[in-house]
Design a protein around this ligand. Structure first.
Ligand code: HXC
Length: 257
């Protein structure tokens, strides 16, 4: 197995995960999913972690999808096992208690778009291209796209993209709410550092609780979800962060979490 299909670097609580198969436009195969799982073992165990940036190596692609040359040979049972394993790993990324930002630096197609959808944030370069072209290959999205895309952009636009397989540019991705920001490619890394610093400066317990309230709440009826929010809100008052955040406001100084 290639050792470096995922590159993980960390500095000051900000981790950068890079899918590193640029010759295949960072297409996702079993090795990448396994390496992503190992990187997640390390991130989940890292108490200093404050934010994660996920990107693709090279200037052309974030991730151009699952590896078609591998999927081509799969039986239904093998395809099911591949999708299940990937989905479990992607869910772990989504469930990290810190903000995860997809830095979409080029083609973001199929499974690549589905991985970006499991991130809390998406920042795209102005040359990025998005799409769920699976039906053009005779399959459907299998890394969560049929579920996370309608939750992100609404069912009508999700069905538009999924049933046509059409590609959209970064401006349209911004307009439909698939991404949060669009930057010139040369400015993407600087913006990512600025954003990660901003995210990392907020109360980490509060940010983690906010993620839980949003994701767990979306899976519940609204009354249960509001009760969950109240409980998580109250829990914020049980730790040190609320005291520090509010003291800092009153003392007119930046909070130190
Ligand atoms: C395997 C891929 C790949 C992919 C690109 N490559 N995408 N290999 N799987 N998904 C490889 C090409 O074969 C080529 O290898 C090299 O990367 C460069 O790509 P080119 O096609 O030469 O580049 P270009 O002409 O610029 O076209 C870029 C592109 C095109 C538009 C992104 O590569 C493309 O359409 N790729 C497939 C996109 C796609 O359909 N994704 C969805 C996959 S299905 P060589 O060896 O020839 O240089 C999916 C399902 C997820 O993701 C769920 C699974 C359970």
């Amino acid at each position: 197995m290639s050792e470096n299909v995922i590159d993980l670097q960390e500095s000051n609580g900000i981790a950068r995960l890079t899918v590193n198969r640029p010759k295949a436009l960072n297409a996702l195969n079993d090795e990448v999913i396994t390496a992503l799982g190992k990187a997640l073992d390390s991130l989940e165990a890292n108490a200093r972690l404050r934010a994660v940036l996920l990107t693709g190596a090279g200037e052309k692609a974030f991730i151009a999808g699952a590896d078609i040359t591998r999927m081509r040979e799969q039986t239904p049972r093998e395809a099911q096992a591949f999708a299940r394993r990937a989905l479990e790993t992607i869910k772990r990324l989504e469930r990290l208690p810190v903000p995860v930002v997809a830095l979409v630096n080029g083609f973001c197609l199929g499974g690549g778009c589905e991985l970006a959808l499991a991130c809390d944030w998406a920042v795209a370069s102005d040359n990025a291209v998005f799409g769920q072209p699976e039906v053009q290959l005779g399959i459907i999205p299998g890394f969560g796209g049929t579920q996370r895309l309608p939750r992100r952009v609404g069912p009508a636009m999700a069905l538009d993209l999924i049933t046509t397989g059409r590609k959209i540019d970064a401006a349209e991705a911004l307009r439909i709410g698939l991404v949060n920001r669009v930057m010139p490619q040369a400015a993407l890394d600087d913006y990512a550092d600025e954003l990660a610093g901003q995210l990392a400066g907020n109360g980490p317990q509060a940010v983690g609780a906010a993620k839980r309230a949003v994701y767990d709440g979306m899976e519940q009826d609204v009354d249960s979800a509001l009760a969950l929010e109240t409980n998580l809100f109250a829990l914020c008052f049980a730790g040190d962060e609320q005291a520090e955040g509010m003291a800092a406001f009153v003392e007119k100084r930046p909070a130190i979490f």
